[in-house]
Design a protein around this ligand. Structure first.
Ligand code: HEM
Length: 505
């Protein structure tokens, strides 16, 4: 459901209480004006309409493009009204870093919409929790067992297997039907999901019996339930988010839909946990997150265990896929850049296959990765933060009680920093020296909540892109024009990349 229809649909009950509430808004507005003791600048406001504020102007489910368009008129920081709440939108690198780093203490709490609150089991996830002891414990667990430097080394074998399987699948398809376009998403995502399962529970599988649902599911069906459905569900929203004073009104269709997603996801996770708890109790131990959580970590509740494992699976299986597909789309569309990357790989690796050790010698591959993250950031807006106490960003007063949206897409399109930001141009990153500085764009966030999976994402995506270009020549099946629309919570390409591949040499 789009925001506009949603807002219109709720017009009836909302208007009924509007009269009494306008007084409340006026009071809140005046108290915010008075709460600016340091005479800081007042943030520009995007004009909206009474009661709904700017909701009716936010037609998309993922409003990063509207946010970026508004930045051209109102500047890199402005405020909007989403129903009853004020939201400060930041669309510049410089101000985003100030908000995420310098002002972190005042802006560290998460403000989750109902959808994410339900999907995250009330913030029982590293990425969606507040910055508290619970967050630190969960983060320590995932770093120690999977994502930290030592753990990453131990999981290397899975990444190498993935790169090898990917190459084998592509060669098999190219041999079977040399002129037919391949759907990279189907191939890459099943390999990535298999890696996610190995890291989380030690093994992948072909099918599993899910007791709570009374059915046997294939691995593809499990992927749908654990990754695709929650990612699609996450961009649905509950109109009551915008009018918290109306939360007593039931929104049954929303609740039913999201609860169904959660019930199925939990049922599958329970089945996986049961099977692997049995394995561990039988004495078979593997290098996996569940093995670590059940033996070495501080004991977790059943819910925390389920959510920790699911979080690792969904985070491994989604954003890296989204980035790799966009990179291969751009390379297929831009043969000059593809040739340049191929030449670099040949110079560094000769006739040998790319390995992770070689990545630091390939600045152009790194540039392809960063430029793809800049132009197609998988996370376009960082999950909202809440301002706990009056603070400032860029000399503007940001009152307590506001929400802050860091518009990563807007930061990565900032004309003052990026020349011709609409162009995909890896060359723009070549002047810099460090090929593995992951903070070149805002794609991984920043400060204390910076992405902890960035290094894993870089290794998997660069190895995937590198192997695919080393072994095949890629071209788009047909030019579908600027086929850059997106879908899901992360900005996955709307239509899968279809490319014709020709083995090299
Ligand atoms: C290209 C791939 C990826 C991108 C663009 C990305 C982006 C981000 C961003 C923007 C944040 C910051 C959110 C914030 O400030 O609130 C974040 C946090 C996080 N990411 Fe990633 N991510 C990627 C891959 C991964 C992977 C592969 C994993 C794990 C397997 C992962 C796990 C996390 C976690 C646990 C956090 C929360 C950190 C914290 O709150 O302390 N990410 N990611």
């Amino acid at each position: 459901m789009d925001v506009a229809p949603a807002a219109i649909a709720i017009g009836g009950p909302a208007v009924a209480v509007a009269g009494g509430l306008s007084f409340l808004f006026l009071k809140t507005y005046l108290s915010h004006q008075h709460a600016n003791p340091n005479h800081l600048l007042t943030i520009p406001e995007v004009p909206g309409v009474p009661l709904f504020g700017n909701l009716l102007q936010l037609k998309e489910k993922k409003p990063y493009k509207t946010f970026t368009k508004w930045a051209e008129t109102y500047g890199p920081i402005y405020s909007i009204k989403t129903g009853a709440t004020s939201m400060v939108v930041v669309s510049s690198n410089h101000l985003a870093k100030e908000a995420l780093v310098t002002r972190f203490d005042s802006i560290s709490t998460r403000k989750l919409p109902n959808t994410l609150r339900i999907l995250s089991a009330d913030k029982t996830m590293v990425a969606l929790s507040d910055y508290d002891d619970h967050h630190k414990t969960l983060k320590r667990n995932v770093l120690t067992s999977v994502l930290g430097p030592a753990a990453r080394k131990k999981h290397r074998v899975h990444r190498d297997t993935m790169a090898e399987n990917l190459s084998n699948r592509l060669h098999a398809l190219a041999r079977k039907s040399p002129h037919e376009a391949i759907n990279l998403r189907d191939i890459f995502q099943s390999q990535l999901f298999s890696l996610a399962l190995k890291q989380a529970i030690g093994k992948d599988f072909e099918s599993i019996y899910v007791t709570d649902l009374g059915i046997t599911m294939t691995c593809n069906e499990v992927f749908q339930v654990l990754v695709i459905d929650p990612m699609m569900g996450a961009i649905d929203f509950d109109w009551r988010d915008f009018f918290p004073y109306l939360k007593w009104i039931p929104n049954t269709s929303f609740e039913k839909k999201i609860e169904q997603i959660v019930t199925r996801k939990d049922a599958v996770m329970k089945a996986l946990i049961q099977e692997h708890t049995k394995r561990i109790h039988s004495g078979e131990s593997l290098n996996s997150y569940i093995d670590y959580l059940l033996s070495e970590a501080q004991p977790l509740t059943e819910k925390q265990l389920l959510m920790s494992l699911w979080e690792l699976i969904i985070e491994t299986a989604d954003t890296t896929m989204v980035t790799t597909e966009w990179a291969m789309y751009e390379l297929s569309k831009n043969p000059k850049q593809q040739d340049r990357l191929y030449d670099e790989i040949q110079n560094v690796c000769g006739s040998k296959k790319i390995t992770e050790e070689k990545l630091c010698q390939m600045p152009y591959l790194s540039a392809v990765f960063h430029e793809t993250l800049r132009k197609h950031s998988p996370i376009s807006v960082i999950p909202l933060r809440y301002v706990d106490e009056n603070t400032e960003i860029g000399g503007y007063h940001v009152p307590a009680g506001s929400e802050v949206a860091i518009n990563i897409y807007g930061c990565n399109m900032e004309k003052e920093i990026w020349e011709n930001p609409e162009e995909w141009n890896p060359e723009r990153f070549l002047a810099e020296n460090d090929p593995i500085d992951l903070q070149r764009t805002m794609a991984f966030g920043g400060g204390k909540r910076v992405c902890v999976g960035a290094m894993q994402a870089m290794l998997i995506a660069c190895m995937g892109i590198g192997r695919m270009v080393q072994e095949f020549e890629w071209r788009l099946n047909e030019d579908l024009g600027e086929d850059v629309n997106t879908v899901r919570l992360t900005t996955q390409k709307l239509n899968p990349l279809l490319a014709v591949i020709k083995p090299r040499g």
